[in-house]
Design a protein. Sequence first.
Length: 165
Amino acid sequence: MTTTTSLTAAQADLVRETEPARLALLTEDELIELHQRVRRARTKHVGLYRRQASARVPAKGARGAARPANRLNADRAEVFELALARVSARLGVVARAAAADLKAERLAAAREVKAGTGPGSAGSSTAAASVPSGKRRATKTTGGLKRDASSQSQGARRQAKKDAR
């Protein structure tokens, strides 16, 4: 793998932004934005590597022979791949933490509503109406109807096959 010496100043800055100490300071939205920038750079260099490698094959006569001439592009693509992995891992940690916080807030709000309902409580009807229930309403969609009809017809075909014996 190459060091950042083969990268341009802007590319090296982008890779430096993915250092763990710097990632720890970023918010979830900033991490998402950084993830997009690093992914774009990785995609660019992987595409460049693949295009140039395939262009060199006819001249060299084989893919293996063309590979050493394209080592710099492969190294750059690998640097950005590792940087993307660091950002993705940190983004996953932050997103899970945010999801846990949101879940805790929703549970606390549901407990407050539940504690406020019951006989004799003043705002029971308005508080209960503002928070949706945890149950999902069962609705038949077109996909559900089609799936049910398909299952029924498969069963009918199987039964008809048995009856015909």
